[in-house]
Write a protein that binds this ligand. Sequence first.
Ligand code: MTE
Ligand code: MO
Length: 507
Amino acid sequence: MRSRIPVGLLIGVLVAGVAVGVGELVAFLVRPAAAPVIAVGNRVIELTPESVKRWAIRAVGTDDKLLLIGSILLLLALFGAAVGTLALRHLAFGLAGVGVLGLVGVYCALTVAAARGTDVIPTVVGTAAAMGALVALVRSATAPAEAPTAGPARRQFLQSSGAVAALALAAGVGGRLAQHARFDVAAARARVTLPPPATPQTVPVGADLGRSGVPWRTSNRDFYRIDTALSVPQIAPTDWRLRIHGLVDREITLTYDELLRRPLVDHWITLCCVSNEVGGNLVGNALFRGALLADLLREAGLHPDCDQLVMRSSDGMTIGAPTGPIMDGRAALLAVGMNGAPLPVEHGFPARVVVPGLYGYVSACKWVVDIEATRFDRFQAYWVNGGWAPNPPIRLMSRIDRPSNSESVSVGETVAIAGVAWDQHVGVSKVEVQIDDGPWRAARLATVPSTDTWRQWVYPWTPEKSGRYRLRVRATDAGGRVQDDHDRDVFPAGATGLHAVTVRAVI
Ligand SMILES: Nc1nc2c(c(=O)[nH]1)N[C@H]1C(S)=C(S)[C@@H](COP(=O)(O)O)O[C@H]1N2
Ligand SMILES: [Mo]
């Protein structure tokens, strides 16, 4: 063989594939979060500076997880290719390279939040299998020196490569399927029947303006998803426990059945992410069903000096919520249902917290398993560690959903400019629309069941001549405060500024 480099590259990529594939297979015996790529990915998320995370969310939105996994696999293939070429010269160096990679995996599996000792097993076994594959492939590639002709030797090497590739693929795909079969809680979720709420709620009359850009109710499928979970936590309802402890008189441990036996309420709540840009869609409105968190905390005998509730999810997320809003009588829910169904797994099944008037990162802990009553001066939760404000109020915000940016409209024809505005638990009293630099004109508002939701608005407008128009919107809250028009970044306490779209009127 003249050039050995392609052979080395191929060997390296295959060996990396074996590590990943066998790791996935063994993760079936441990748990999905222990799969090497997932463990490394979760650790990378933790170690990535907040500014890079924000850039990623802005650049690719909710595809950030795909981007991360793709990058890890690509890096792994590149590193593998280097190791493969090295191994053809000195097998020991190649093996050392695989070992280094294994150590990185072990480090990640052991140090990631909510790690368990057994999480290293898939990485260790995957690394060992990769070393075995490396030895076998290097032997098969170097044996031809003694072979009579290059032809059969080459064929033999290609055959071994093919076998290794098939093995890696089968282990990976099989492992993933087996993980799903063993750990997925979709079936357990489907068996759950939620008890009805004390007072059933429907879509409030007049809440849906119909022609608005987005429906009043965001369906579970369309509801934005923001979290750090590379593999969605799978918690069977029978295994779920919530422990309430810390600055309380009596610790409480709650099971799912006990939670369902508590009085449940249905409440429309608009949930919003602090990373939502002006005009963005990281906001949704759903009918949440749950038990009042304040009742539980009172039963536990919450101490008056507790000003922060630190909520932990099964995957080690920490979310610090201010105690005040949770105890002030609003519908702060330990939620089990969303739009009439048990919480979707991606949205926190079996249970999560939702608090009207607080951003998700300071309240809405999904897959919650632990609530510790503590103080802001004693504990800094995950996002606050990354520099986000510890306890910011939700920003008064309005958005134009229709027409969309750069849409064409017809001269002389009336278009419904429509959208939503929100300032949860404060309320929106007025929405105004401005065409170019014209006067601000009041839009028609839909009725709302409470101040805890967004409010749809619509403003009919007839462009009179052709050309470009800039449409802007601003809201006024229930206290008469007009929306801040100063442009501010989402970091560290939520974006401000007015949403504008440009349309073209044509004849
Ligand atoms: N366990 C866990 N809960 C979490 C998060 C997370 O990363 N992990 N993200 C929070 C953030 S930043 C937001 S905005 C909301 C989003 O909830 P959703 O995905 O149901 O829309 O969940 C919050 N709860
Ligand atoms: Mo968020």
